[in-house]
Design a protein around this ligand. Sequence first.
Ligand SMILES: [Zn+2]
Length: 267
Amino acid sequence: MSNIIEEIRYFSCGYCTNEMSRIFKGVPKKKLNFYAGVFLIKHRKYGYVLYDTGYNIRLLKNTIKYMIYKKLNPVTLKREDMIDNHLKKAGIKAEEIKRIILSHLHPDHIGGIEYFSDIEIIITEECFREYDKSSFKSLIFKEFLPKDFEKRLKIINSENRNKNIYGIESYDLFNDGSFLLISINGHSKGQCCAFFPEKNLFIASDVCWGMELLLLTEKMKFLPKMVQDNFSEYKKGVETLKKLAEKGVKIIVSHDPPERIRGVLDE
Ligand SMILES: [Zn+2]
């Protein structure tokens, strides 16, 4: 197996800004930007797969729901930051994208999906159940999803995750061992992460909000803990990432600083 995954590109589609001392206990005051990361993966045979879609400019409207979101999570976004524009600049047509994986359905991951019609949308079974239940805590802003969302879904069921990778069950997307999907709970239910064995690279969505913040997990304050779907599961996810890192796997999370992500992808 070599070069089945031809390339992985990264785009940042807007960001939110948070004060570190409001997220973690005992850290100095410092504002951090959390970029909404989107990844474009090119498979030699199956073409482009988009992993998440970033923010949508409509989130800047001042409806009550969006104002609450932005109060907790101030968003900076320009129209040109949206994924359709990044792809245009890169010379890639929306029609060239063959599938979209949504790691989970929070607004900073689903915002640009409206620019890709008809194609398959991949989510995990656990994520679908959460969507179906639609509680406020799940923070799924359904208005950003296309009308035919359910029809276009390819749901990764747990019984199909039969590829073992470092002791973790994963789903082999193209049945060639090049693109594995792994579900990790905690931040949200059934968060879909991706592992590329050829590149020894793990894209971990929001398992944590930055690899440099991994060791601060135990210091997380009450409110940001409450934003997670389940904090004890969240800690398990963090342990999984630590274990993978110990085994030499390169890990990036969606909200890592762009410089870090580009550095890891260029290695
Ligand atoms: Zn999230």
